[in-house]
Structure formats: structure tokens, C-alpha cells
Design a protein around this ligand. Structure first.
Ligand code: PHE
Length: 360
């Protein structure tokens, strides 16, 4: 019986002192494993006399379950402690702000298209679209551009190739966004207020011209629209777009086949110290063509010029983007130079809202 009390004391102490699961497993093997001390004692029962076994058997079994229970309790306690320690060491602050990983930028042309769309939307203009490959009827005839007009010459216009026996009407890469006027009038009728931003193409390539560039067309038709409203709309747009209180526009009499009267519009600016500033200075920069929609054009769009009239304009998007963001070279827009894109591009979340674009 002394031996049993001794074993009990020894193993209960070892169990209590075990500091980790591995140590505890060592204690278990030493006591209850196949070659363990208590297991050996159990085997000795076989050789005992019946009376001795009657006493030693229950005592050993009791010892075995007591040690077993102590082992289990200690294991649970050690596991809890281990988990606590891990929770202490491995906690993560999910409220920390993330590390930004910028992936590309918004091209200034895309940014400016978003900006001007927001401004014109606020004035009640919706966005219309048309194809970039356009029939020569939409690009020219419907806009009152006679076949002998110089802008039809192959010099300016990209014509689609036609096989000798292909008799479809000629198609061109649209040379301006004005054909969208016709398409919008045909599908929406009057009254109408639309803008049409998009790509246009002309055979031209030098410092200030690229064969592909961008325009935004504007069209407003109603019963009694006048040039005064054209002027107000453009001034209001420029104030909002360039974010300056005072913009000065100069309307110069001009000629377009699809408007009568017609005006080209310049904006006052200064180039002092190589820095371009809008709204001050003694320089003028041409940014758009405009006028009152020609009756022939209204008729092409299926609108009765006896009842309706309106204005139209076509503005160079690349031009106004260069002006607003101080971008000196037009061709750089289309060279896809990563250094340029990173410098002049916009963050994806830098979305134009009217709060940013409209100062009044
Ligand atoms: N389509 C003309 C151009 O490309 C611009 C314009 C549009 C002029 C609408 C008057 C009215 O130059």
C-alpha cells in the first residue's frame, strides 16, 4: 500500500509540474504507458495470491483512474493556456487603414469626359452616341456639306476600303461628332438637349494635331432657343469646368455648312512664365465651333424648321484637357508612356462630382 501511495504522490506531482503538452505526455507514458510504472504494477496482479489481489486490485485501479483524470485535467488547462498565449501574440488590428497599392490611373481624357458630362448633365443635357465608322451621308450630306466641300477631300478624311464590285455607300471614320446630331434628332425628335463626346479622325499629324482626337458635340433644340442661350451655356460650362469665377469668351463670326449664323469661340488666357492661366491675360485660345442649327440639318434629322430651332457646338476635348491640367504636348496623350500616365493620370477614386466641378 505504501508503494501505491508513493506512486500516487510522485505522479500527481509530476502532472502538476508539467509545463507543456509534451512534458505531460512524458508523464503519461512513464505512469500509464505500455512500459509505464503503474501498468507494470497492474501486470504484477496476475502473480499475486487471490487475497492480495482482492486488496491490491481496486487500489491500483483507483490509482490508475485518479492519475488518468489528473492527466486529462492538466491537459485541458495547458491547452487553454496555450490558446490564450496565441491569442495574445497573434492578434490583428482590423481597424488599421489598408496599405494603398495603386493600379494604373485614369487617363486625363477620360477624366475630362466625366467632368464635362457631369456639368452638362446638371444643365439638362443627356449623353448621345454614334458609330465611329459612319456613312458619308451622316458625316457630310445630312449636315449640309456639299460633295464639293473641301472637308470631303481625301486629304482630310479616312475612307473605308471598298472592293471594286462593292457598291455599298461609302463609309468614313467620322471627322467630327456632328453626325451624332442627326442620329439623336432622328431617334429622339424635338425638343432635345444632348451632348455627344467621342473619338474623331482626320488625316493630320503635327505638334498640335493627331489623326485621332476627341470632341464633344452639343445640341439643344426647342421652340425659341437663341444664340444668347448658346453663349450662356458655354460661359456657364467654362466657369464650372475651369473652376474660375471670371471666364471671358470671344465669339468670332465664322462659317460651318451646318450652322447659320456660325461662331468660333476663343477663351481668354495668359501664358506668363510658361504657366497657362484661364480667365486672365492677353492671349486667346480657340476651343470650339458653334452656331444656330441650319434648317437643312433640322430637316435631315426629321425636325420641322418652321416649328423648331436651336444651337449646336463642337468642342475639342483634348484642347480643354490640356488647358485645364497644364499639359503642354497633345501627342503625349496617345503615346502610352507610363511615366506620363503616372504623372498626369488621376486616381480611380478621384471622381468628378458637381461639388468639385461646379463652384456655384
Ligand atoms: N463639327 C465642327 C468641327 O469639327 C464643330 C461644330 C459643331 C461647329 C457644331 C458648329 C456646330 O469643327
Amino acid at each position: 500500500m505504501d508503494a501505491i501511495a508513493e506512486l500516487r504522490g510522485k505522479y500527481l506531482e509530476q502532472v502538476a509540474k508539467a509545463v507543456d503538452i509534451n512534458g505531460l505526455e512524458g508523464v503519461r507514458l512513464a505512469a500509464l504507458g505500455k512500459k509505464g510504472e503503474i501498468s507494470a504494477k497492474m501486470r504484477e496482479l496476475g502473480q499475486m495470491s487471490a487475497e492480495d489481489r482482492l486488496i491490491a486490485g481496486p487500489a491500483l485501479n483507483g490509482l490508475k483512474s485518479e492519475i488518468d483524470a489528473a492527466l486529462k485535467a492538466r491537459r485541458a488547462a495547458l491547452e487553454d493556456a496555450e490558446l490564450d498565449a496565441r491569442l495574445q501574440g497573434e492578434w490583428l488590428d482590423v481597424t488599421l487603414p489598408g496599405r494603398p497599392r495603386p493600379q494604373g490611373t485614369i487617363h486625363p481624357i477620360s477624366q475630362v469626359m466625366e467632368e464635362l458630362t457631369a456639368i452638362f448633365a446638371d444643365m439638362g443635357f443627356s449623353v448621345a452616341e454614334g458609330p465611329q465608322i459612319e456613312s458619308d451621308w451622316y458625316n457630310f450630306d445630312a449636315l449640309n456639306i456639299a460633295p464639293e466641300h473641301p472637308s470631303r477631300q481625301e486629304m482630310d478624311t479616312f475612307y473605308m476600303h471598298r472592293a471594286a464590285d462593292d457598291h455599298r455607300p461609302p463609309h468614313v471614320l467620322r471627322t467630327h461628332t456632328s453626325p451624332v446630331q442627326i442620329r439623336a434628332m432622328q431617334t429622339q425628335g424635338a425638343p432635345i438637349r444632348v451632348i455627344a463626346p467621342g473619338r474623331v479622325y482626320r488625316m493630320d499629324m503635327d505638334q498640335t494635331h493627331t489623326p485621332m482626337f476627341h470632341q464633344v458635340e452639343g445640341l439643344a433644340i426647342d421652340r425659341d432657343i437663341t444664340m444668347a442661350q448658346l453663349k450662356w451655356t458655354l460661359e456657364e460650362f467654362c466657369r464650372a469646368f475651369f473652376e474660375v469665377e471670371e471666364v471671358e469668351l470671344r465669339f468670332r463670326a465664322s462659317h460651318f455648312p451646318f450652322t447659320e449664323p456660325s461662331a468660333e469661340v476663343d477663351i481668354r488666357c495668359s501664358w506668363e512664365g510658361g504657366q497657362l492661366k484661364i480667365g486672365e491675360g492677353n492671349d486667346w485660345l480657340e476651343i470650339l465651333g458653334s452656331g444656330m442649327v441650319h434648317p437643312h440639318v433640322l430637316r435631315s434629322g426629321g425636325i420641322d424648321p418652321e416649328k423648331w430651332q436651336g444651337f449646336a457646338f463642337g468642342m475639342g476635348i483634348d484642347r480643354i484637357a490640356m488647358l485645364k491640367y497644364g499639359i503642354p504636348d497633345l501627342r503625349a496623350f496617345f503615346e502610352s508612356d507610363l511615366r506620363w500616365l503616372r504623372h498626369y493620370g488621376f486616381a480611380a477614386l478621384d471622381q468628378p462630382g458637381l461639388a468639385a466641378g461646379l463652384s456655384r
